[in-house]
Design a protein. Structure first.
Length: 362
């Protein structure tokens, strides 16, 4: 395997007594779309700013393509940054905005025109070159910012919440555009976001952060299906969490006991998870009213408390006799479907042990 294009090695950044980033180490590969994901205040933006050179670590090193950039100023780093606000110049045309960085470097003439043409074609704005930013949509202004960053051919493009200013429909369209663009230009993208769906749909790998630390780095499917930590399980999507007693561990499995589930064997999220909680995604649970258990699943009696209808799916909230609350998702796949059960209905919830995972809490 080739050496990483970005290596963050034991980086810590303090503001006063607070460690905004705490002993973080991450390797990012060339041509990778990498996401830093977490809630507000988790340290992801501070880490991105250290990659850009706008903040300096108190400890650790940052290497880009093998060169130590820890104390190198922003203008001498092989990176460029697209800000949340896009920061396009309102008095300049699209073409002038895109050309600005190269002009500052003294590039002009045919070379400038050629590279501007390439950059505009890359983001599909060839026909908008003479417009001013206030004549563009939010998505088009974002493309201008991308073209201005990419025209300088950075080794790494940094994206700070690049889609947060867009409405939901446009944001979904731009997610596909960014992924297409990253594949076409072959540049490493490092994106900061607090939007789980955005990270899952766009990134090759994701680092989930909380309180300045990285809790797990993995591809989207692994993060969703095999979270190693309760915070990761609850932050990535929706999850049901059950406090359990761990009776024993054996390789990748654990024998656990729960008042509703009884004593069963479940998968462990990681070798060091010897106690914690058992989690199950809502779509893994089956809402049932009459059929017998299927393939060894456990059936729990419950009462429907609330239904949230979202069009393509519904979330059904139920409560078991001991007070345990569970959430089940039901996809509305048929227009002739009679609809969701009424609140107050008696039901049963099917849970298969194979869909349960023991995750850590520390």
């Amino acid at each position: 395997m080739r050496p990483p294009i970005v290596s963050i090695d034991g980086v810590t950044k303090r503001f006063g007594e607070t460690a905004a980033v705490d002993q973080v180490s991450i390797d990012i590969q060339a041509n990778e779309f990498f996401a830093l994901l977490g809630p507000s205040g988790c340290g992801k933006t501070t880490l991105l700013r250290m990659l850009a050179g706008f903040e300096t670590p108190n400890e650790g090193r940052i290497l880009i393509d093998g060169d130590d950039m820890t104390r190198v100023p922003p203008n001498r780093r092989p990176v460029n940054m697209v800000f949340q606000s896009y920061a396009v110049f309102p008095h300049m045309t699209v073409e002038a905005n895109v050309a600005y960085g190269l002009k500052v470097e003294g590039i002009g003439g045919a070379e400038l025109r050629r590279r501007v043409d390439e950059a505009l074609a890359m983001v599909r704005l060839e026909n908008f070159r003479a417009r001013k930013p206030d004549q563009l949509s939010g998505g088009q202004r974002q493309r201008v910012a991308l073209a201005r960053a990419l025209i300088k051919r950075p080794k790494v493009l940094l994206l700070d919440e690049p889609l947060s200013a867009l409405d939901k429909k446009l944001r979904e369209q731009m997610q596909l555009e960014l992924v297409r663009l990253q594949h076409e230009v072959g540049i490493t993208f490092v994106m900061v976001t607090h939007d789980q769906e955005e990270a899952l749909s766009m990134a090759n790998r994701i680092a989930v952060m909380d309180h300045g630390r990285v809790l797990q780095i993995a591809d989207p499917r692994t993060l969703y299906e095999h979270p190693t930590h309760r915070f990761v399980a609850e932050f990535i999507g929706t999850v049901n969490s059950l406090d359990v007693e761990v009776r024993s561990v054996d390789g990748p499995h654990a024998r656990i006991r729960h008042p509703l589930l009884g004593e069963i064997t479940v998968e462990r999220a990681a070798p060091d998870v010897e106690r914690g909680v058992v989690v199950a995604r809502p779509e893994k649970l089956r809402l049932d009213f009459s059929a017998p258990p299927v393939d060894g699943e456990i059936l729990l009696d419950a009462v429907v408390e609330q239904i949230a209808y979202y069009g393509d799916l519904s979330f059904v909230f139920v409560r078991c006799p001991d007070g345990t609350a569970l959430q089940i998702s039901r996809y509305n796949v048929n227009r002739q479907d009679k609809g969701d059960p009424a609140a107050g209905s008696l039901c049963r919830v099917g849970i298969h042990p194979d869909d349960l995972l023991l995750v850590g809490t520390g």
